[in-house]
Ligand binder design. Structure first.
Ligand code: MV4
Length: 669
């Protein structure tokens, strides 16, 4: 076995590989870009080497720099994770030349599966079923139209070098064929530098079912059953599970055998996934599955296979790469129970899943146990940046059967607390709990079909959320007054005479988007408050606020939620739901509101390029005060209000960490 390996990746997969290496007594070398200097994978590894600036072209894709790092650190092998260099045949070749082991398949196997048409021809020879179609050399438009007529409409045109749905066109009739062909060719040429296409019968109701395979250098190959990844959004997997719901034993055997044949046909070694498309227009039928492509790497969703087989696939990879035979034979592998994985992304489903970048002010995953696993590469206070994939974590659950696993997934998702970025957690909860999903009636059109159920409109805060927010404000202000450290910028510190009474009543106004809600707070003799809602209903609230958690009792109901405040903004982390509210301070001007929003703190880690003002200077609202360089861009820090510079905490050339207070401004009035 290896004594030391380098992991040529970042994020959760780098952490995942390190975990197994550590357990096996293998030393690990992490690599990192400037954006990842303090990342979790760097902290977990035994050693770490900087490989360049944040952009992947200048860091995680730099094969030469990574190979040099491996040699310098004395690593014997490189694990590529997924993405980046994992399916790069030239990288595999370069490692061999450098005397390093690539923890992955031979370069020849990567190349064999690189082009769809050639891969299909190889698979046909190996008697692996392929979708009926044409994948030959003739690219003449009239000839291809003739082939399409022979195949029968609808037909799918696919760029041979395509992937992830790029360069794909569905054609329903002859009249549309040539325009679609030109489109697919153009997309193929632009995206992959290859305009060749193949034709396939278009399957109207497909399921994505893939088989995990493993092969060793001795020529043995096994499969570790299937995963169903039919629930996708724009070719991005969202939920994956194993085994596939409703899979007949005969079909599992046939698919497993076909996948093993595929691996053997190309001299495969290591972990691979053979992707099939199953035509489910008449349910799952043992003779209606077809080879799509082979992914010559460990996949994102490998944990569901680990959970149902009890095997550690990274351990298998390491053993095989070191020249050992496969740990188990086919007949020793069994499926136990059901596993589901959800990909938790920093993205906003209500904004067409736009990535949501920012600092993870709170990040509390559910507790891990025999049923719940969390694979993640980020920690609380890390940032989701525009440089890399915005996946925060993979949440994997296991249970004895699919229904139990889905319920457990719903629970675990509801416990996940994330503040600072918007996540797809509510969307995942709706998906895992959807009756049609529970039925196992899956196909690749699932998300589009149930879109309205899965992406509910943003909900206004209900009575409990408002009462909890009001309670949090009162508790925080009580803590501030009883000797809490004074942050002069905090509106909670009751500047401007804004202070809640302990007797009588107060009024709080919360803003949510465009609407404002006015609450009357009455102070009871004990520590409790009574919150009077706009409709007239009254909620009695008491509780404790500590370390970002609010434990409260509203009337007779207990709540334990996460609570994050930044300036006047409050984020309530309710089970499975995030409620954002802003406190409207009737005494302070809107200016203070902006100051509290963090304008004078560093928005991200970076370097001070220029200081434009001196201490004591009078400044106007909007005046540029400081220029910060972060992530290769310049950011101007402007005065949020008219006032005087009380203190400059940094000078040009200083490094600042995210959230550092750059300037103290004494606002006027
Ligand atoms: C297909 C298909 C229907 N018929 N091929 C999409 C990406 C690529 N890996 C294969 N894809 C498809 N190929 C034929 N002959 C439908 C899809 C497809 C799809 C496949 C798997 C998962 C999600 C999908 C979403 C849309 C289309």
């Amino acid at each position: 076995m290896f004594r030391k390996i380098l992991i040529a990746n970042r994020g959760e997969i780098a952490c995942r590989v390190i975990r197994t290496a550590r357990r096996l007594g293998i030393a690990t070398v992490a690599v990192y870009s400037d954006a990842d200097a303090n990342a979790r994978h760097v902290a977990l590894a035994d050693e770490a080497v900087r490989i360049g600036p944040a952009p992947v072209r200048e860091s995680y894709l730099r094969a030469d720099v990574i190979i040099a790092a491996a040699k310098a650190s004395g690593a014997e092998a490189i694990h590529p994770g997924y993405g980046f260099l994992s399916e790069n045949a030239e990288f595999a070749d370069a490692l061999a030349e450098a005397g390093l082991v690539f923890i992955g398949p031979p370069a020849s196997a990567i190349r064999a599966m690189g082009l769809k048409g050639a891969a299909k021809a190889l698979m046909q020879e190996a008697r692996v079923p392929v979708v009926p179609g044409y994948h030959g050399d003739n690219q003449d438009a009239d000839f291809l139209l003739g082939e399409a007529e022979r195949i029968g409409w609808p037909v799918l045109i696919k760029a041979v070098a395509g992937g992830g749905g790029k360069g794909m066109r569905r054609v329903d009739k002859a009249a549309e064929f040539k325009a679609a062909l030109a489109g697919a060719q153009r997309e193929g040429a632009n995206a992959f530098g290859n305009d060749r296409v193949l034709l396939e019968k278009y399957l109207v109701k497909p399921r994505h079912i893939e088989i995990q395979v493993f092969a060793d250098k001795q020529g043995n190959a096994v499969h570790l059953f299937e995963r169903d990844c039919s629930v996708q959004r724009r070719h991005q997997k969202v939920l994956e599970e194993a085994p596939a719901p409703g899979m007949p034993t005969a079909m599992r055997q046939a698919m497993g055998q076909a996948a093993v044949n595929a691996a053997k046909a190309i001299g495969y070694v290591g972990a691979g996934t053979v992707e099939f498309i199953a035509d489910v227009s008449d349910g799952l039928k043992p003779d209606r599955f077809y080879f799509m492509e082979m992914n010559t790497r460990l996949q994102v969703e490998h944990p569901v296979t680990e959970m149902i087989t009890g095997q550690d696939l990274v351990e298998w990879q390491l053993r095989v790469a070191a020249g050992n035979p496969l740990p188990l034979k086919q007949e020793e592998l069994r499926i136990d129970g059901h596993a589901v994985e959800a990909r938790i992304y920093a993205e906003d489903p209500t904004k067409n899943f736009l990535p949501s970048v920012g600092k993870l002010h709170r990040l509390r995953p559910p507790a891990e146990d025999a049923h719940v696993r969390v694979d993640t590469g980020v920690r609380e206070n890390d940032s989701v940046t525009p440089f890399y994939d915005p996946m925060i974590a993979k949440l994997i659950v296991w249970d004895h059967d699919r229904g139990a696993a889905l319920r457990r997934m719903g629970q675990a998702l509801a416990q996940y607390q994330v503040a600072g970025v918007t996540t797809n957690i509510p969307f995942l909860i709706a998906l895992a709990g959807h009756p049609a999903f529970d039925e196992g009636d899956l196909d690749t059109g699932f998300i589009e079909r149930f879109r309205a159920d899965l992406i509910p409109p943003v909900q206004a805060a209900d009575a409990s959320a408002l009462a909890l927010a009001a309670l949090a404000v009162v508790l925080e202000r009580r803590a501030q007054r009883s000797g809490g450290k004074g942050d002069p910028w905090s509106p909670w510190a009751a500047v401007n005479g804004w202070r809640l009474n302990d007797q009588g009543y107060d009024e709080l106004i919360f803003r949510e988007g465009e609407s404002e809600t006015r609450l009357r707070i009455e102070y009871a003799a004990d520590a409790a408050i009574r919150v009077k809602l706009p409709g007239g209903a009254v909620v009695t609230a008491a509780g404790k606020l500590q370390d970002g958690s609010l434990d409260a009792v509203l009337d007779e109901r207990r709540f334990s939620i996460g609570l994050v405040r930044q300036g006047l903004d409050l984020t309530l982390l309710l089970p499975g739901r995030v409620q954002k509210l802003s406190l409207v301070d009737p005494l302070a001007a809107g200016e203070l509101d902006e100051a509290a929003g963090g304008a004078l703190t560093a928005p991200m880690p970076g370097k001070v390029v220029q200081v434009l003002v001196a201490e004591g200077a009078a400044v106007e609202k909007g005046q540029a005060l400081m220029v910060l360089e972060a992530m290769k861009m310049e950011h101007t820090i402007a005065a949020p209000a008219r006032g005087k510079i009380a203190k400059l905490n940094f000078k040009a050339g200083d490094q600042v960490s995210e959230g550092a207070t750059l300037i103290a401004l004494e606002a006027e009035g």
